[in-house]
Ligand binder design. Structure first.
Ligand SMILES: [Zn+2]
Length: 320
């Protein structure tokens, strides 16, 4: 019996669908661009003068905010496929702490990547192009490791396979945390976009919070914080019909805001350590290019604490 050859239009449609589905999946794999830009601008408003100068020298005309999203833009370039596992780390269900010997393929995960590229960024004997690439990686990965679902489970691709409706639209749990909650926040603001939200969040950081967050310089600790939040997220799925709505937003947006703030503060410290070692850090926020706040000010919220172990004890393997 002869196999039937699909007609050309069918093949073309199938290819288009594959590309569309592929790009949807790719997009759902990191804080959205706004989240990364918010973190980058919180950080650059706080770095030392020497660090700011070094950033300008390395990035040229490119803004730090734009450089923060480069690691996602290269997802479409097959020659950068090796970068994909560096955006996240998977843990077995039920784990309360990360174990770098167990989690992630031979150091190919976000925690190790931050240390590796920070060292390259700090090494002034390296070629400039290599240091620029390392800078773009750390700008991005410090953000990623603070997105709770980048420290989660392989069997549902970090929540990408958990389909749900979010504010009436088709979405999934990973995307809710990458973009939907931030988008909701932006749509509730009377005016301004991510830059206003970034300025609001930076201004809301209390000195004692800054001191506390800045004192934590270990990406493994940042990842363990994310895991604790992930466990709580899984233990407390959206109520009612299971859709993400304003009740979910009210419950979790403070956590999103705090993770963005923490990532920004820690990114600033990391950049100072790599680019201006030994320089004293100012403790209060300095002038920045951010617009004035005109949105409702947000309270800082700590992640909820009632993290019961999640169901389904499947081992981690596939990428999130
Ligand atoms: Zn990412």
């Amino acid at each position: 019996m002869r196999t039937r050859c699909p007609s050309r239009p069918v093949v073309a449609i199938a290819l288009l669908l594959a590309v569309a589905i592929g790009s949807l999946h790719e997009r759902a794999a990191a804080w959205g661009n706004d989240g990364h830009r918010i973190i980058g601008t919180i950080a650059t408003a706080q770095v030392s003068e020497s660090t700011a100068k070094a950033l300008r020298e390395l990035l040229g005309d490119e803004t730090t905010a734009d450089a923060c999203t480069w690691a996602d833009e290269i997802r479409r370039d097959r020659s950068y496929d090796w970068v994909k596992p560096l955006h996240y780390i998977n843990v077995p269900r039920g784990s309360e702490r990360l174990d770098l010997a167990r989690d992630g393929a031979e150091g190919q995960q976000v925690v190790s990547a931050i240390g590796k590229y920070k060292a390259i960024l700090a090494d002034t004997t390296k070629p400039k192009a290599e240091r620029v690439e390392a800078l773009k990686f750390v700008l991005h990965f410090v953000g990623d490791v603070h997105q709770p679902l980048h420290v989660s489970y392989a069997d549902d691709l970090g929540g990408n396979k958990l389909s749900l409706k979010s504010f009436g639209k088709k979405s999934n749990l990973h995307k809710v945390w990458d973009t939907d909650l931030i988008d909701r926040e932006l749509s509730r603001m009377r005016s301004g976009g991510w830059a206003v939200l970034s300025a609001n969040l930076r201004e809301a950081i209390k000195p004692e919070q800054r001191t506390k967050w800045a004192s934590s310089r270990d990406p493994l600790q940042w990842a363990n914080e994310s895991l604790a939040i992930t466990r709580t997220i899984y233990a407390n799925p959206p109520q009612g019909n299971g859709d993400v709505d304003d009740a979910y937003f009210t419950r979790w947006m403070p956590t999103v805001n705090e993770r963005l703030q923490m990532a920004g503060v820690r990114l600033a410290v990391l950049l100072d350590e790599a680019l201006a070692p030994g320089e004293a850090k100012p403790s209060s926020s300095k002038k920045d290019a951010g617009p004035k706040k005109d949105a409702e000010s947000k309270k800082d919220g700590a992640p909820a604490k009632n993290g019961a172990p999640s169901k389904n004890g499947a081992p981690a393997k596939a990428p999130a």
